[in-house]
Write a protein that binds this ligand. Structure first.
Ligand SMILES: Cc1cc2nc3c(=O)[nH]c(=O)nc-3n(C[C@H](O)[C@H](O)[C@H](O)COP(=O)(O)O)c2cc1C
Ligand SMILES: C=C(O[C@@H]1CC(C(=O)O)=C[C@@H](OP(=O)(O)O)[C@H]1O)C(=O)O
Length: 385
């Protein structure tokens, strides 16, 4: 068993969320503000519904950090659900009769299959945990991974590349370009398309519909040789793909130019190798997205993710009540129209959690200075290869 583990617990309308991450080296600068910054980023984005107006996500640190530095012990985090005050009775862990029972499964959500699988006749018992509320804690844990990666010179940020029918122009963006997307209400780098994206969201909202989209996450500053080709589960794209597809509503992952490569000739796709005295090897382009043979090449790692349109529809699709077996057209209280801008931050978190683990596998080390020293020596080895 490796030393890097993390888990989350908590329901969407319960008291809050809990997360534990183990394996973070000692001496990593980490504060609540650093985690809260990413939590606030996840809450932003045009197209979110009423729930985001209620929540103001803030973390509490219950273990693993003292005076702004990690101790090497498990880092334990909690985040309160402010909405719990409206659900305290319904979500009580104490014995009693449940109210606000859900018997009408939404097509596209976990409701029906989860109910059948676990024998829940109140589908709230399914949707409470299937909800993407849980990703709040993933972002908090991802911020811990960010705090570890940053002093190693590694930065991971993402941006929206499509919402519904509106695509952003393609480009190989720098870290500064991608950070600029933060100013945009739809988290897009080229803001000439932001207005069209927001108009598409307004139109979908008016029609009682929802929109999906795509986003890209890029990791800068990675050393050569994270991951491996020697066993299927050690290939880094396999681990990134699994991590990204574990986010609710994510249905596809591309590495580099991905699906486009399938229709192109090899000479158009592969990245030529270049060598220079004192610099060592590098690539003249990065269509591979920073991975070859399941290992990092040292170029920016680029993954693109496809998110489906959300399943809670104001103008619903057909479904049947599980008790009356009557068809119904669901009446819905609230839902997001799109959550692609928020999904970017969740995608960053998942990528960082995978990369931090891959760093520790390759370099090991119980303290940040130890890991830094090992990476410095490795970079010299790579330059001299
Ligand atoms: C940030 C975020 C917000 C979401 N908000 C909603 C929502 O408001 N309504 C909804 O039906 N689904 C929402 N979803 C998607 C559902 O959680 C997801 O579709 C559901 O868990 C079923 O899983 P699957 O789509 O992966 O099959 C959201 C997903 C994310 C990542
Ligand atoms: C709570 C969050 O997202 C929720 C994810 C979600 C779903 O079905 O996945 C449904 C909505 O929740 P509610 O049913 O309470 O309105 C979203 O707001 C969040 O992102 O923090």
């Amino acid at each position: 068993m490796g030393t890097w583990h993390w888990l989350t617990a908590g329901e969407s309308h319960g008291p809050g969320l809990v997360g534990i991450i183990e394996g973070v080296p000692a001496g990593v600068p980490l504060t609540r503000d650093m985690i809260n910054e990413d939590l606030a980023r996840r809450q932003k984005g045009y197209g979110r519904g009423g729930r985001m107006a209620i929540e103001r996500d803030m973390v509490d640190i219950w273990g693993g950090v003292r005076h702004g530095r990690t101790l090497g012990s498990p880092v334990a985090l909690t985040i309160q659900n402010r909405d719990f005050t409206n659900w305290a009775e319904s979500m009580s862990p104490d014995p009693g009769q449940p109210d606000r029972v859900v018997t009408r499964p939404r097509p596209g959500h976990a409701d029906l299959v989860g109910g059948i699988k676990y024998g829940h006749r109140d589908l709230r018992n399914v949707l409470e945990r299937a909800s993407a509320r849980e990703t709040t804690m993933r972002v908090a844990l991802g911020a811990v991974a960010r705090a570890f990666l940053r002093p190693l010179g590694i930065e991971v940020y993402g941006h929206v590349t499509r919402i519904g029918p509106v695509s952003a122009p393609a480009g190989e963006w720098t870290l500064e370009d991608i950070r600029r997307a933060e100013e945009s209400p739809v988290r897009v780098v080229d803001d000439t398309v932001a207005a069209a994206m927001m108009a598409a969201i307004d139109q979908a909202k008016e029609a009682g519909d929802t929109l999906g989209g795509t986003f890209e996450v890029v990791a800068f500053g990675l050393p050569v040789g994270l991951g491996s080709y020697v066993q299927w589960h050690r290939r880094l794209e396999a681990r990134l793909g699994a991590a990204l597809l574990s986010i609710p509503a994510m249905k596809g992952v591309e590495v580099g130019t991905g699906f486009e490569q399938a229709g192109q000739e090899g000479s158009m796709v592969h990245d030529a190798i270049w060598w220079e005295e004192g610099q060592g090897f590098r690539r003249l382009s990065n269509r591979a997205g920073g991975l070859e043979g399941g290992m990092t090449t040292g170029m920016p790692l680029t993954v693109r993710v496809g998110m489906k349109p959300l399943s809670t529809l104001m103008s619903p699709l057909g479904s049947f009540d599980i008790e009356t077996k009557e068809p119904f057209l669901a009446q819905v209280e609230r839902s997001d129209v799109t959550a692609v801008p928020a999904a970017v931050v969740i995608g960053e978190a998942m990528v960082m959690l995978v990369l931090a683990e891959a760093i520790l596998e390759k370099f090991g080390g119980d303290s940040l200075p130890e890991v830094q020293d090992r990476i410095r020596r490795w970079q010299e080895t790579v330059r001299e290869f």
